[in-house]
Write a protein that binds this ligand. Structure first.
Ligand SMILES: Nc1ncnc2c1ncn2[C@@H]1O[C@H](COP(=O)(O)OP(=O)(O)OP(=O)(O)O)[C@@H](O)[C@H]1O
Ligand SMILES: [Mg+2]
Length: 392
């Protein structure tokens, strides 16, 4: 039964795959950004040359035109032309606030220059002893691109999470439908043979020679058991209303079957706290009997023919009722406290590992209660605890 353990391997592969894709995309965009930044630097170099040529005395009309074109080709990289003292002369590609007074404008660009100096050293243009500087920084495009991988990763991550959720939700929904549908169908199918068995038993009861041997009474017990199984399957296959019922009575019903089957050396005790009280809880009786039966069967298995099984029902405050099922069996290692509830987990040769899965499903989904291993010590015994409600 290891279809369930493969699942985590698949998960791991998918996560690794997502990480590799994410990593590659970061590396790729980074490379792209660096190349673009490099290209922008070259563009600025070129415009610097353009400025130089235009400012120099010996340029022809056509050359001047050419270099003006080069300067104007830069439509993305923000540049500021400033004098030796860092006073603003002109700019390109700035979203400067509109309508500033000349002083305010100069101050604005001065502040920009201070920032730009930190990013790239300015380019010096020296024309006839006159020094000017071109300050520049990365274009907004590059700045946006730098954040791009982060945004991209976030988006990919979101998709992966959403996809995973959608997948597991739909898978859970499907499992639910299969489980519930199968149970309902089984209950339905059992109905007909059971009714005819009842009729046959009635018929046999009318034959004195058979009636006297007590055969019909035994048959009746089996029929009742079959009816109980049908009730369980039909309850799990449909939304059932919970009813306020006596837990002590329910437990007695659930273990009566066990009592006749376990060895004399297994002592079964039912304790109710406060003593003699009627502790009530909202339950679906056929389903909760099934839970108690599964847990007590496990307890008996764990004790291999000898020990003490105690069922203790306690009324708590705040609308809760607690049921502890304690055995003196082989115990459960602490790291398996959660694992025992997983489908397919079993340590038995003939086990399906479904008893506790079913129990948890019934307690948590149908009763909105809780079930867990309260304590266990290897070699000494185990206590399972079930919490139910006595108020709605
Ligand atoms: N009271 C207990 N003491 C010790 N081990 C337990 C106890 N209850 C459950 N376990 C462990 O948990 C495992 C799972 O229990 P579960 O009832 O889900 O399946 P199972 O009993 O192995 O098979 P089945 O589907 O027939 O019930 C058991 O195989 C056993 O190892
Ligand atoms: Mg079991």
């Amino acid at each position: 039964m290891d279809i369930y353990s493969n699942r985590s391997t698949y998960k791991l592969i998918i996560i690794l795959f997502a990480l590799v894709i994410g990593g590659l995309s970061v590396v790729y965009t980074n490379d792209l950004v660096n190349k673009l930044a490099d290209r922008e630097r070259k563009l600025i170099d070129l415009s610097a040359k353009g400025y130089k040529e235009i400012a120099s005395a010996e340029f022809s009309e056509s050359q001047g035109f050419l270099f003006k074109e080069i300067i104007e080709a830069n439509t993305s990289v923000p540049v500021i032309l400033a004098d030796e003292e860092g006073n603003y002369i002109s700019h390109r590609n700035f979203d400067a606030p509109k309508g500033l007074s000349p002083e305010k404008e100069a101050a604005y660009f001065k502040a920009q220059i201070t920032e730009m100096k930190l990013q790239y050293p300015p380019i010096l243009i020296e024309i006839a002893g006159l020094k000017q500087y071109i300050y520049y920084r990365n274009s907004d495009l590059i700045n946006q691109l730098r954040y791009y991988p982060v945004i991209q990763l976030a988006v990919i991550g979101l998709f992966v999470i959403m996809g995973y959720l959608a997948f597991s939700l739909s898978k859970n929904a499907e499992q639910n439908r299969v489980w519930v549908g199968l149970a309902k169908e089984t209950a339905h199918q059992l109905g007909t043979p059971i009714s005819s068995l009842i009729a046959w038993a009635e018929y046999l009861r009318m034959k004195p020679e058979i009636e006297e041997e007590g055969i019909v009474d035994e048959m009746d017990k089996d029929i009742q058991r079959l009816q109980m199984i049908t009730a369980r399957f039909s309850s799990i296959g449909s939304e059932q209303k919970l009813q306020l019922e006596d837990l002590g009575e329910m437990v007695e019903g659930a273990i009566s079957y066990l009592r006749s089957r376990v060895s004399q050396r297994v002592v079964i005790n039912v304790k109710i706290q406060p003593e003699g009280a009627q502790v009530m809880a909202f339950i679906n009786r056929p389903l909760l009997e099934w839970v108690v039966e599964n847990i007590t069967k496990n307890a008996v298995d764990a004790m291999v023919g000898e020990g003490k099984l105690t069922l203790e029902i306690t009324e708590l405050t705040e609308g809760n009722v607690q049921m502890d099922i304690t055995d003196t069996g082989k115990g459960i290692p602490r790291k398996q406290f959660k694992k025992v509830f997983e489908p397919g987990f079993t340590t038995k040769k003939r086990g399906w590992g479904l008893g506790l899965t079913l129990a948890r499903r019934i307690v948590e989904q149908y009763h909105k209660g809780r079930i867990f291993v309260k304590s266990s010590e290897p070699g000494k015994g185990t206590t399972f605890r079930i919490l139910l409600r006595n108020r709605m």
